[in-house]
Design a protein around this ligand. Structure first.
Ligand code: FO1
Length: 403
């Protein structure tokens, strides 16, 4: 917890679903841990996917970073799902007339301002982290936004029709060409951006946004060191399913999941992330100790001692007690809890039988309020578990305030 007794929150996110969720997290934090200036005392760090990035017409584009900034600034086009509101396309028409760029990929005039600024700063020698910070400083976003890495690791897709940049597959072909695999050239030589590992290590709760698990959260976890940092984190890791009743909340995640052999179901995606089998806890002396999965734990254990994780109790509408969730399978996994939709309630028992605590919650993010409630639910689950969380936080969860 921070000095102001509000949590440190890390969100791994990408895409439109990710940006909606991050706006919800900020709102939930404002409601639960308000500061005097209308913001929050909670520290929110967003680690954004940069796998969607691309070079086009000499410009560096970062679609997920920009979606995040625009959504948090309230200047995003909510109808279209990407780009700026009030956008015009005069430059795009000129590029089209010149035969430059991709005719199926529109660069709006306002959006181009960000791409030109970014490219100029990169050309001047700034790192991606510095560029993202400069772009994010235009508006008071209320979160710290970090790219997953400073390296260029753009997502590529291999299909029956050849290998192409993710944006060509996604935007031109609407993910209709069956994908065989995804890859991130050079990712094995990349490193987490400055601040990423530190934020994960210091977090009280780490949230996986309901983003595409393959091409949004997937690339973040592919950067060497990030998945290991999540596995070793002392904070609780809570994922939110991007799949409700066998269909993606939005986007074409099912096409991506099919390519990597994962069914488009909430339980399959939960299994894909897997259960954290062991966890490093910072004990009272600040040292790190690795706790074996089968170490008995008790809810009243002091900081540094694992609580009992053997059964995941759910009592009609009552917050499941993560401190009593089983974690018996899934060695090497990442999650302590996996929020699934009410439509998938039948899957909870199956997942819990496999050791993954699966609280059932309303997952639809229809507006700010529903996004904030989903985020509050994820935070409440995360903060109800794990060491070092005091009673004030445990009992201040805003869940149950449903309309
Ligand atoms: N998505 C589209 O469907 N059509 C476009 O022409 C398009 C242009 C575009 C330009 C800049 C940008 O940052 C994003 C843009 N997107 C467009 C969205 C983007 O392709 C994807 O939806 C995301 O990368 C997936 O999260």
């Amino acid at each position: 917890m921070t000095a102001t007794d509000a949590p440190r929150i890390v969100v791994l996110a990408g895409g439109v679903g990710g940006s909606k969720f991050v706006v919800g997290v900020r709102e939930a934090a404002r409601r639960q841990w308000p500061d005097a200036a209308g913001g929050t005392r909670a520290e929110i760090t967003v680690i954004a996917n940069t796998g969607d990035d691309l070079w086009l017409s000499g410009l560096r584009l970062q679609p997920d970073v920009d979606s995040m900034i625009y959504a948090l600034a309230g200047v995003n086009d909510t109808e279209r799902g990407w780009g700026r509101t009030g956008e015009s396309e005069r430059v795009a028409a000129e590029l089209h007339a010149w035969g430059a760029g991709w005719p199926w990929f529109t660069l709006g005039d306002l959006d181009l301002g960000a791409h030109i600024a970014r490219t100029g700063w990169l050309r001047d020698g700034a790192s991606v982290t510095e560029v993202v910070a400069r772009l994010a400083s235009r508006w008071p976003l209320g979160v710290r936004l970090l790219p997953m890495t400073d390296a260029e690791v753009d997502t590529h897709v291999t299909t029956d029709h050849g290998r192409m940049h993710f944006q060509e597959w996604w935007t031109r072909h609407r993910a209709s060409l069956p994908a065989q695999s995804f890859d991130w050239p050079g990712v094995e030589h990349s490193a987490p951006a400055p601040g990423v590992l530190e934020a994960i290590a210091a977090a009280d709760v780490i949230l996986f946004a309901p983003s595409n698990p393959v091409v949004s959260v997937g690339p973040i976890l592919t950067v060497p060191g990030i998945a290991d940092a999540v596995r070793a984190a002392s904070g609780t890791v809570v994922g939110v399913s991007p799949i409700i009743a066998g269909a993606p909340v939005r986007g074409m995640a099912d096409a991506c999941l099919a390519a990597v052999g994962i069914p488009a179901t909430a339980d399959a995606v939960g299994r894909h992330y897997g259960v954290r089998a062991a966890r490093s806890l910072f004990d009272a002396r600040g040292t790190t100790s690795e706790i074996a999965a089968d170490t008995p734990r008790h809810p009243s254990s002091p900081r540094g001692v694992e609580p009992d994780l053997r059964s995941c109790a759910r009592e009609g509408g009552v917050e499941p007690d993560l401190r009593s969730c089983a974690r018996e399978v899934g060695a090497g996994g990442l999650l302590d809890a996996w929020l699934i939709g009410e439509e998938d309630a039948a899957l909870a028992e199956v997942l819990e039988g496999e050791g993954l605590c699966a609280p059932v919650r309303p997952l639809w993010m229809r507006d700010l309020d529903t996004s904030a409630r989903l985020a509050a639910d994820a935070l409440a689950v995360g903060l109800s578990a794990g060491p070092g969380h005091n009673d004030r936080v445990l009992h201040a969860a805003p869940t149950g305030q449903r309309s």
